[in-house]
Design a protein around this ligand. Structure first.
Ligand SMILES: [Zn+2]
Ligand SMILES: [Zn+2]
Length: 269
């Protein structure tokens, strides 16, 4: 049994939890204050689901659940970081010169795509009937979303998603800074995608916030995280000639005539 370096272990755990909580709360507070506090009386100008709002208690409950999950996730990440410092075998490299700048820079989009694939398939798994009712329902009770809903999931789901996103770290050589950039990007855009605010990104690969908001409004469709690629590949992107609902599993919706009332959905921009 190796000796445990307690000061280093505590530093890894506390550092990892603190970074996750800081990134989450700073991003969520920015969108919450900017839209829900300052422009709450004019939702038509910015809100995707104009008529649906969370009660104040639900914002709080989501913030608490997200914070507890980020603490759990941060502890797991911190323990992994500590294990790496103690010689756990991984393909990680710590000097850019080992693989060069070209590979190091290209590994950012590579990890983003691999993470996104992991998130899509883990999320689809959560939408099978049994796992949906047992675990994923916790997240889908928020039909209208708010920035604080982003990580408001069952802790089992958090660990499944974390395992899916960590898988590439054990397979391909990556520099720790690349992992940090991708994880922070993913957390920030998860908050933005749950903001409930009509937003599009200048980043061409990043789907609009309506893409995931529609996942909450229509349940079993649009399972992707940042990219809409996996939904396009599997035919699970929301379609204008289909109807969806909590009882319509499978991601393909039901064949229906074009929408009869309300705004007609024409796709994502
Ligand atoms: Zn879902
Ligand atoms: Zn969500």
């Amino acid at each position: 049994m190796p000796d445990i370096d307690w000061p280093l272990l505590l530093l890894c755990l506390a550092g990892s939890v603190t970074v996750g909580l800081l990134v989450f709360h700073l991003t969520a507070a920015f969108y919450f204050v900017r839209y829900y506090r300052r422009r709450g009386d004019a939702p038509a100008a910015w809100k995707i689901q104009e008529r649906r709002w969370l009660k104040p208690g639900q914002h709080r409950a989501a913030a608490v659940r997200s914070s507890l999950n980020l603490t759990l996730g941060g502890l797991v990440s911190g323990a992994l970081i500590y294990a790496v410092t103690q010689g756990m075998p991984t393909p990680l490299y710590f000097s850019v010169s080992d693989y060069g700048w070209t590979y190091t820079l290209l590994s950012i989009p590579l990890l983003l795509v691999l993470n996104d694939a992991g998130a899509y398939y883990a999320h689809r798994l959560m939408h099978t009937r049994r796992l949906y009712r047992r675990f994923h329902l916790v997240h889908h009770k928020y039909v209208a979303t708010s920035p604080y809903v982003a990580i408001a999931v069952h802790p089992v789901e958090l660990l499944v998603q974390q395992a899916a996103s960590f898988l590439p770290l054990f397979v391909i050589p990556l520099h720790p800074s690349v992992i940090g950039v991708v994880l922070i990007y993913t957390l920030m855009f998860n908050v933005i995608d749950h903001s409930g605010v009509r937003l599009t990104s200048r980043l061409p690969w990043q789907g609009p916030s309506m893409f995931h908001d529609d996942h909450h409004a229509h349940f079993h469709v649009n399972f992707g995280q940042h990219l809409m690629l996996w939904d396009r590949l599997h035919g699970t992107l929301r379609r204008s000639d289909r109807s969806y609902g909590e009882a319509v599993f499978g991601g393909q919706g039901q064949v229906t005539p074009p929408q009869q009332s309300g705004a007609v959905f024409t796709g994502y921009r």
